[in-house]
Design a protein around this ligand. Structure first.
Ligand SMILES: Cc1cc2nc3c(=O)[nH]c(=O)nc-3n(C[C@H](O)[C@H](O)[C@H](O)COP(=O)(O)OP(=O)(O)OC[C@H]3O[C@@H](n4cnc5c(N)ncnc54)[C@H](O)[C@@H]3O)c2cc1C
Length: 405
């Protein structure tokens, strides 16, 4: 816990992937870095997520191409596959033990999904991303024992990790480079100005720059960020160990899988051969009373063969949604930088964000500006009504998922 006064070059608020990735890139470039974490390293989404390394953004590059100019779209498109590479570089360089596995499958539940995956492959190939294979109905059965899929897309540069171990390994790397992480040290106030100061309950950090990386757990620390984003909860369950034989029947190549629904299901095996299965969203980030009752039926719909398997763990975590589902990135004044709101698929983007923020602090802001110039709008209804409005939107998309269009 931070007590007293500290002076540093960069004060990072939040020790999730965004904060840790920023800290690592900055330390590697000679900055002094102090990280403040309200709870513990990886307490937020970064320590609780499904562990799926998914390329691109929560809205794909075709949507970006339609909403921004060609030069900005080109830059963002080129960056869409960098986060996964950064994770692999980090794991190799700092010897992080996080059960990294290659291979992620997008599974199609109907022919419309399949058409979407065919265009996604063409789109990604246009940006030089080629480790992709379309799977027909026979081929997808070879990689996942679920009868509901009509096909899929295999991305060999996708994959999965143990999320908390990745965050802990990155935190250890930060400390090995001389960075300091104060846990149980929430930033409670930012004194803005030419020499900003971040206050905690029992201390303060004087810095040249501040990076705000609190994402869905930030609350109202930076009020201008809150209106254009909304914390949402999503839940995960983990089975008892399945044993090698059953695990290999379900996912013979140990790929992770997510389906193509708007409210999607996603799952993978853990290193001790449990199935970790996530799905569903709670708008407004309330904690559901019985997570197993919500998620287990989804798991059994995909894998009825698991009906007698016990659920050992269940948890919820918050991610941050924006209206466009694209990340909210920018600068307040000259010295407060932020990146948040990647709206679901954040494991890869947050690692890229750290690099892009560090580049901006070093004076190379071209890639940062490509993100910062993305338009963002407040949720309709303001803070009071944004939750029911977004839930209504999700209900509509959920219905479309059920009806298969
Ligand atoms: C259950 C779940 C499953 C998911 N599954 C996947 C998946 O499989 N694949 C994928 O790509 N994405 C997934 N995501 C999304 C992904 O995990 C997130 O996008 C990503 O981890 C966000 O990282 P972050 O560092 O920006 O935020 P977080 O990891 O939430 O970190 C923010 C940190 O800031 C701290 N903090 C907040 N306010 C303050 C303050 N005032 N002072 C100090 N510290 C503060 C918090 O305590 C927290 O530790 C999932 C998310 C959840 C919740």
């Amino acid at each position: 816990m931070l007590q007293g006064e500290v002076e540093t070059d960069v004060c990072v608020i939040g020790a999730g992937y965004t904060g840790l990735s920023s800290a690592l890139f900055l330390l590697e470039n000679g900055f002094r870095v102090t990280v403040l974490e309200a709870a513990k390293v990886g307490f937020g989404a970064s320590g609780r997520n499904g562990g799926q390394i998914v390329n691109s953004y929560s809205r794909d590059i075709d949507v970006i191409e339609r909403s921004v100019g060609p030069q900005q779209a080109q830059l963002l498109g080129q960056m869409a596959f960098e986060g996964g590479r950064i994770i692999r570089e980090r794991v190799a360089k700092y010897q992080i033990q996080c059960d990294l596995k290659d291979g992620g499958v997008f599974a199609a539940l109907n022919s419309k999904h399949m058409g979407h995956l065919e265009s996604q492959k063409r789109l990604w190939e246009r940006y030089g991303h080629t480790q992709l294979e379309l799977l027909d109905e026979r081929r997808i059965r070879e990689v996942v024992a679920c009868e509901n899929y009509v096909g899929g897309l295999l991305d060999m540069s996708g994959g999965h990790i143990h999320p908390l171990n990745l965050a802990l390994g990155e935190a250890a790397a930060v400390e090995s480079l001389g960075g300091t992480i104060y846990e149980q040290s929430a930033a409670v106030r930012i004194e803005r100005g030419a020499n900003p100061v971040v206050h905690t309950a029992q201390g303060k950090v004087k810095a040249k720059f501040i990076i705000v990386a609190g994402n869905a757990y930030l609350g109202n620390l930076v009020p201008e960020l809150a209106a254009k984003s909304m914390p949402c909860g999503t839940q995960v369950i983990t089975t008892a160990p399945l044993g090698d034989e059953l695990a290999e029947t379900l996912l013979p190549q140990d790929f992770c899988v997510e389906d193509c629904n708007y409210l999607l299901d996603y799952y993978r095996l853990t290193s001790d051969k449990r199935l970790i299965f996530g799905g569903g969203v709670v708008y407004g980030a309330r904690d559901p009373a019985n997570i197993e009752a919500i998620i287990r039926p989804k798991m059994l719909k995909a894998f009825p063969q698991l009906k007698d398997v016990k659920i050992d763990y269940a948890w919820t975590g918050n991610f941050l949604l924006t209206l466009s589902r694209l990340p909210q990135v920018g600068r307040i004044g000259d010295n407060i930088y932020y990146s948040q709101g990647c709206s679901g698929h954040g494991v890869t983007y947050t690692h890229l964000a750290g690099k892009v923020l560090a580049e901006a602090l070093r004076g190379q802001a071209e890639r940062f500006d490509a993100f910062a110039d993305l338009p963002h709008y407040p949720f309709p209804g303001g803070q009071l009504l944004r939750t029911p409005f977004a839930a209504m939107g999700a209900w509509y998309y959920g219905l479309r998922d059920k009806l298969g269009f």
